[in-house]
Ligand binder design. Structure first.
Ligand code: UDX
Length: 462
């Protein structure tokens, strides 16, 4: 099928590359010329395992093309994905101006047959109908300019009415395993009231639904939930809000564990074995971050507010998370007492492993607070240490390896659970430190092994 993906951020580029990989003819549109040039050469602007490989093979087979020309993209696609960013405004609401600009642009260029316009961006509830309205505005503007240019008479205008439907198709992929998640989804959600549009979307995803690209092809087909627009939009928010709340829940339990001397990793195992609870997203630590959870939970609280409902549980999940981000600071103060004049080394900076994303990373709060209290902050991160310039970090000295980081530190804080951190030479690192203290902000390391290496080990709720 002919697909156009507008916006090549995380969601757009992964969607475009994966759809090309399963045989569709894809055009990815982005208004950033530099980025288009980079992608044309087979390079991914984001660090995501497996992504550049599938991009390169799709470029070779000519299944994927990149352009900054929206009109060309719209003309090509029978399915048009809107996958531009909806960053948070200071109020917590989503900034939907990019979605609006794209919807208007699609309307102004719709002219060759029936199209399905798919909302892939996480948009506020009710956006499906709003996108429809903006596309219609775009169509009307184009008609007006056709008449004004004298090319078409008023009577002929009905011939230029484009046929389209809007579908909401939320994305559930995780950064760091985005390609894997696209080929191995738990479900596909399709919101909209047009049978025709939903049928085309089912055809588009058929190879994925039939597990042709799955890690385990013997699994039953991927469930598809076809529902109305608002419910599909709500599913995305509710899923992220639930997962974020689940983490805040286990973090609260961890804080109680700390006080009564229980071990939260054991507690998580014990409750996770209850199939009603499940064992995922019960990893206590320094809180959730990234580009989705903080933004989506705030946006849902805001939507509730707009409709006269105070989302108390979600607000509590956010409050617990804000406090949790400073748990490492509290623990450092308990062990080192005065932080002024001390050197603290951070192991990891990104909001989670296998990504270069620093958006809303707990490390940022920690750096800010440590600086405020007069500590010197150093860090080593397997990705940021290579690409440091891009992140514009301030208040932190980024080291090139873990041993340089340890040298002279009064304490280390493990902020991101990068796999590499399980095999560092901690014995050597402890010897290089002024005080061999480690705060394990992710309960990632083996406490006994760390003590054997000479560290004073402090975990979260264990
Ligand atoms: C998330 C959702 O998982 C995904 O479905 C959605 O589409 C986008 O948001 P992502 O932000 O990539 O994906 O990361 P995820 O792996 O879900 O982790 C989110 C945050 O929660 C990270 O900061 C992570 O460190 C934290 N986390 C996760 C925990 O603290 N404990 C856990 O048990 C799991």
């Amino acid at each position: 099928m002919r697909v156009c993906v507008i916006g090549t951020g995380y969601v757009g580029l992964v969607t475009g590359a994966c759809l090309a990989h399963i045989g569709h003819d894809v055009i990815c549109v982005d208004n950033n010329e530099e980025k288009v040039k980079l992608m044309k050469s087979g390079q991914s602007p984001i660090f995501e395992p497996g992504l550049s490989e599938i991009m390169q093979s799709a470029i070779q087979t000519e299944k994927i093309h990149f352009t900054s020309d929206l009109a060309a993209g719209v003309a090509h696609g029978e399915i048009l994905f809107i996958a531009v960013g909806t960053p948070p405004l200071p109020t917590g609401e989503s900034d939907t101006r990019y979605v609006e600009a794209v919807a208007r642009g699609i309307g102004a260029n719709l002219n060759n047959g029936y199209k399905v316009i798919v909302n892939k961006s996480t948009v506020p509830i009710g956006s499906g109908d709003w996108v429809r309205m903006i596309v219609l505005d775009g169509i009307a503007e184009r008609q007006k300019s056709l008449v004004a240019a004298g090319g078409v008479s008023e009577e002929k205008l009905p011939e230029f009415v484009a046929e389209f439907d809007v579908v909401s198709n939320p994305e559930f992929l995780r950064e760091g395993s985005a390609v894997y998640d696209t080929f191995n989804p738990d479900r596909i959600v399709l919101g909209g009231n047009s049978q025709r549009a939903v049928a085309l979307m089912q055809q588009l995803y058929a190879p994925i639904v039939e597990r042709k690209y799955a890690a385990d092809p013997s699994l039953p087909p991927v469930p598809i939930l076809a529902t109305d627009l608002s419910s599909a939009e709500m599913i995305k928010y509710a899923a992220n809000a639930f997962l974020a709340t689940k983490i805040s829940f286990i973090n609260e339990v961890a804080n109680i564990c700390d006080r009564v001397g229980a071990d939260v990793t054991q507690v998580a195992k014990g409750i996770g074995l209850d199939s009603r609870i499940g064992n995922k997203f019960l990893q206590a630590g320094i809180g959730w971050g990234g580009s989705c959870f903080p933004k989506d939970v705030s946006a849902l609280i805001h939507t509730a507010d707009d409709y006269g409902y105070e989302a108390e549980l979600l607000k509590a999940a956010v409050n617990v998370n804000e406090r949790q981000r400073l748990i490492a600071l509290e623990k450092l103060q308990q062990v080192l007492k005065i932080l002024k004049g001390k050197t603290v080394g951070l192991l990891g900076l990104t909001f989670k492993p296998d990504t270069d994303d620093m958006r809303d990373a707990p490390a940022l709060n920690l750096i800010e607070q440590l600086n405020r209290l007069g500590a010197k902050v150093k860090a080593y991160d397997p990705i940021v240490s290579q690409t440091g310039m891009r992140h514009g970090l301030s208040g932190v000295l980024v080291e090139t390896d873990a041993e340089r980081l340890a040298d002279g530190c009064d304490a280390l804080v493990l902020v991101t659970e990068w796999k590499q951190f399980s095999t560092l030479d901690y014995l050597k690192m402890a010897k290089l430190m002024a005080h061999p203290v480690i705060i394990d902000g992710r309960n990632f390391l083996d406490p006994e092994a760390m003590v054997r290496a000479g560290f004073q080990y402090v975990g979260v709720g264990r």
